[in-house]
Design a protein around this ligand. Structure first.
Ligand SMILES: NC(=O)c1ccc[n+]([C@@H]2O[C@H](COP(=O)([O-])OP(=O)(O)OC[C@H]3O[C@@H](n4cnc5c(N)ncnc54)[C@H](OP(=O)(O)O)[C@@H]3O)[C@@H](O)[C@H]2O)c1
Length: 260
């Protein structure tokens, strides 16, 4: 039941209809017996600054989730940024303080790493291959290095984007072994697919599955389909596989804790 006491949370996106965060976070609020509700707010890029200014004035707003295409622009509108937000230049969660100040952070990477740990795949000390260099990949790269990866190779169709992430990582972690490279999984312990390849049935695989060794963990961040063609190929070859949903499940907890 929504009452005058209920704390309000939002998710902003454009388009908005596809977002799953309202279902997941409202179920979480209910499971924790919290008097809180999260609603979708459809915000086009040209209205973003006004909506954020309005959010600052809403005294019962606890915070909001940010997704495509606003993650970078909202980072610039926050008053404070956490370490992952500073390193990636983007936010996906904002807490509204009592005085209207906005504190933002990025939990894509932390959620992914926490998801790996809960499934028994701690990345600490591992040689990792990250496929992709988009928004999610940048956040995941930061958190994998922060979690103590022994080596991180980033492979992307557009090499310059992989190189840009490597440069930012070297600033944040000067001693880390990070480099841009090719999608060759032969000398790594874990492969992470952070490209969009696998969302559509006609997509090619993001790497040559023949090169996978059975001891290599193959992780996805795509949630639909759950068993992507890459995971199916990896499973066929005896590799442990890790589903995309674990990232969102853990992120929800981290985002809620940050905003509450
Ligand atoms: N599980 C979760 O909680 C969660 C959270 C966030 C995102 N995601 C998923 O993560 C995926 C990536 O999201 P994003 O926001 O990072 O997207 P993005 O910023 O658009 O990045 C897309 C990435 O995929 C690559 N790519 C796209 N088409 C390609 C093709 N035909 N061949 C080779 N590479 C291709 C891009 O390469 P270029 O740089 O060369 O274009 C880029 O590296 C999506 O599937 C999204 O749904 C999951």
């Amino acid at each position: 039941m929504i009452t005058g006491n209920t704390r309000l949370f939002a998710i902003i996106a454009d388009p908005i209809a596809q977002v799953r965060t309202p279902q997941v976070l409202n179920a979480y609020f209910q499971s924790q017996d919290l008097d809180a509700v999260l609603v979708p707010v459809h915000v086009p890029a040209e209205g973003l600054a006004e909506v954020i200014a309005g959010f600052r004035r809403m005294k019962n707003l606890g915070g909001f989730i940010v997704t495509v295409p606003h993650k970078i622009q909202v980072a610039a509108l926050c008053d404070e940024l956490g370490p992952a937000a500073r390193a990636t230049g983007s936010v996906n969660t904002v807490r509204r303080e009592a005085d209207g100040r906005l504190a933002g952070d990025m939990f894509d990477g932390a959620g992914f790493v926490q998801g790996l740990r809960t499934q028994g795949h701690d990345p600490a000390g591992k040689r990792l291959l990250l496929l992709g260099a988009g928004g999610a990949a940048g956040a995941i790269a930061f958190s994998l290095v922060e979690a103590g990866a022994a080596r991180l190779v980033i492979a992307n169709r557009t090499l310059a984007k992989a190189q840009a992430i490597v440069q930012r990582l070297r600033q944040a972690f000067p001693h880390a072994d990070v480099r841009a490279g090719t999608a060759d999984p032969r000398e790594c312990d874990m492969v992470v697919n952070a490209t969009t390849l696998g969302m559509r049935a006609e997509d090619p695989l993001p790497l040559d599955a023949e090169l996978l060794r059975p001891e290599t963990v193959v992780a996805e961040i795509i949630m639909k389909p759950e068993l992507t063609p890459l995971l199916a190929e990896a499973h066929k070859r005896g590799c442990p596989i890790h589903y995309g949903r674990h990232m969102l499940d853990e992120q929800v907890r981290l985002m809620a804790r940050f905003m509450l």
